[in-house]
Design a protein around this ligand. Sequence first.
Ligand code: AMO
Length: 437
Amino acid sequence: MERNLIAETVDKVDEEVRLLGWVNTIRDHGKITFIDLRDRSGMVQCVGTNLEHVSPESVVEIIGTVSGRPENLVNSKIKTGSIEIQIKSLKVLSKAAELPFDMGTEDLNLDLPTLLDYRALTLRHKKQQAIFKVQAEIINAFRQALLKRDFVEFQAPSIISSVPEGGAEVFKVKYFDHEAYLSQSPQLYKSLLVGIFERVFSVNQIFRAEPSVTTRHLTEATSLDVEFGFIESWTDVLEMEEYVIRYIFSEVEKNCREELDLFNATLPKISDNIPTLKLKEAQEIIFQRTGRDVRQEKDLAPEDEREMCKWSLEEKGSDLVFISHFATKKKPFYVLPDPEDPTYAFSVDLLGRGVEWSSGGQRLNDYETILKHLDEWGLKQKDVELYLQSFKYGVPPLGGFALGAERMTMHILGLKNVREASLFPRDMERIDLRLSR
Ligand code: AMO
């Protein structure tokens, strides 16, 4: 007998079906047993008498007849709530050991360390699965949006020989007799590739040796990178990013209704345009609103980011806000300084619901200026030779941005910690399991 998926059973009243899946929950009422069976398409209630004992999460085959439920027993919360399966036979295909906690509840009610210590198990829970269905949709929509605009996807290398983004947050790896690094960002490759394909994007892992444990930092994150040429202004980058974000939101809204509902989540609001402010303007607003004088700072602190998001929602009806013109020297060497005031650059962060979702901007494309910046930033030409080769032979004015997939997922669903939005989060204290075990 062919397998039937659970979602198909509603249309098969009075027919016999063969279901394969996991025992989600069991309710024993003496001789009668109710089993909620789960497969990739959904959940259905199965009922049988004198069944052999079966443990929750075991993988089973159930053959049975679909029967309509009496009106008063219809469960409108699930798609198969109007039917149930009368079990004729139940076979255990893979027996689950006794569970360390109850998996059958609406919420898992576990603290974060336990949730992660038992990741192979906890990911089976409906709400955990929902997080990663939303994330898959975000990434899929990101791809679709860019493919529609003629971008080419590329695969970024993870082993690199230098540290172009700067900063100390980099993992060294022993590479035969040499020293190499795990890539912090595909930045130089995406810029180089603009000289070849004009428009490129990638979905890749980035590695940051973040020495502190925060709710928004992972040591390995998924970066959605975009770079394109022939831009007329840094604002072209914002327009492209806004297009991508709107596309992602509309696909998630359309395709993840059930998942969003599980978290009571609503997509971030965007007004007609995402508001855009220069760093200095943002600092002035923060000073006016809170009395905290951050006007001499070169960057926004986490509490400033939260304040600007509050401002944006209250004053502009937008959960998202762009902040531009960060201090040139605080940014990597490749940023293009604003000719009107070169101490500030055409660099832009997107803030959403209190946290930075992306960085980007317009880049240098003049070869001589790039050489000058490398020198000023204390970097060696030989460390970025391929990148330089590209610009030596002509690259159009270019710009781009990178969105963090975990941070987006986290803030779309209202999760408290970015680790919840990573299937297998890595941080200072954990690679799958706790390092201190
Ligand atoms: P940046 O370093 O700001 O920019 O990274 C881009 C985005 O990636 C995400 N992100 C992280 N998420 C979780 N944990 C981390 N440790 C982490 N680090 C970064 C954030 C962040 O906004 N080359 C530039 C991008 C560009 O200019 O195109 C860059 O790497 O959401």
